[in-house]
Design a protein around this ligand. Structure first.
Ligand SMILES: [Zn+2]
Length: 350
């Protein structure tokens, strides 16, 4: 299987985030990519490539130009206006009841963010852009005939909406890859399977009114877990997209057997639509020992669950792009990602 990765993602290294009222070191650290890369090299999955550089038009297919302009310049403007040079983190958000859109340097972060887990530093946009390039490069290899490719995206993407960052995410890499593949599949739909522990609220927001991108997400109950305000089973898409969003909500303590049964149900939903290609938002924070998932009550997936997860996804027989999302248990992170990809490759020789 082709792996696409880039050292440029290391330029995103904020010192901290706010989580449940505590200022803590950022869980979504550059070390994550280092550990995943080491595990993939050890697993000897196939060629490891650098991404090509892609034109902004492919990013603008998902995110409006003004949001990209904000991300590119937010840090410099924030610091020049007196914001902390440690990181851009808003103190005031543009929530219901407010009357104006203000984009002054100290206000814009509160307009374009929905939480305090997406701090911006000088190298954030370059890293996010490199991650999107990795996703696009993986998608192009699959579009050109590879049966699967994996993009080691960091920062991750599935919480990022069209013009909202949050949950460690700035650009929605899976959505960008999906949009690229949809434009190259002669009118057929594409599918996104999100297996991160948390609901992919950004991806849902991007595609919920569309009938050409199927979104199926398997995640912890948002009544108990981030992102709290999105991801419930009754969210099924809207307008022409009604029936094109599926949220399969799983309880705390979900074990290997019940998770795999739910995954089979998700795969059946995807297979029924006969998509031209599949994008997998690959989070491994479903592992029992994940420290971010454990901020509520985590799943109980053992290390043995990840190989069959990959193998079962492969049974769809679809050209597949894996895009890295969450996973923060650093001791197991690389091993679990490699297990999913190895499981996939045990069924389909990429
Ligand atoms: Zn997650």
């Amino acid at each position: 299987m082709i792996t696409v990765l880039t050292p440029d993602t290391a330029s995103h290294h904020p010192p901290h985030e706010f989580t449940d009222g505590r200022l803590v070191p950022l869980y979504e650290s550059p070390l994550r990519a280092t550990l995943i890369e080491a595990a993939l090299r050890h697993a000897n999955l196939g060629p490891i490539l650098m991404p090509d550089q892609w034109d902004d038009q492919h990013i603008r297919a998902v995110h409006p130009p003004e949001y990209l302009e904000y991300l590119a310049h937010a840090y410099r403007r924030w610091v020049a206006a007196g914001g902390s040079p440690e990181a851009v983190l808003p103190g005031t958000f543009a929530v219901r009841g407010m009357s104006r859109r203000s984009l002054t340097p100290l206000a814009a972060p509160g307009y374009y963010s929905f939480d305090l887990s997406a701090p911006i530093v000088a190298g954030t946009y370059a890293a996010a852009r490199a991650a999107a390039d990795a996703a696009l490069t993986a998608a192009r290899h699959v579009q050109a005939g590879a049966s699967a490719a994996y993009a080691l995206c960091r920062p991750p993407g599935h919480h990022a909406g069209p013009d909202l960052c949050g949950g460690y995410c700035f650009l929605n890499n899976a959505a960008i890859a999906a949009e690229y593949l949809r434009r190259h599949c002669a009118g057929r739909c594409v599918a996104i399977l999100d297996i991160d522990f948390h609901h992919g609220n950004g991806t849902q927001q991007i595609f919920e009114a569309r009938d050409d991108v199927l979104f199926v997400s398997l995640h912890a109950d948002p009544a108990e877990h981030y992102p709290y305000f999105s991801g419930y089973a009754d969210e099924i898409g809207r307008d022409v997209g009604r029936g094109w969003t599926h949220n399969l909500v799983l309880p705390a303590g979900t074990d290997d057997a019940s998770y795999l049964a739910a995954l089979d149900a998700a795969l059946a939903l995807i297979g029924a639509r006969m998509p031209a290609a599949l994008i997998v938002s690959l989070g491994v924070d479903t592992a029992a020992d994940d420290p971010v998932a454990a901020m509520g009550a985590s799943f109980a997936l053992s290390a043995a669950a990840f190989h069959p997860i990959g193998a079962r996804i492969a049974t769809l027989g679809l050209p597949t792009v894996f895009v890295q999302e969450g996973g923060y248990a650093v001791d197991a992170l690389g091993r679990n990602v490699a297990a999913v990809l190895t499981g996939f490759a045990s069924v389909v020789q990429p």
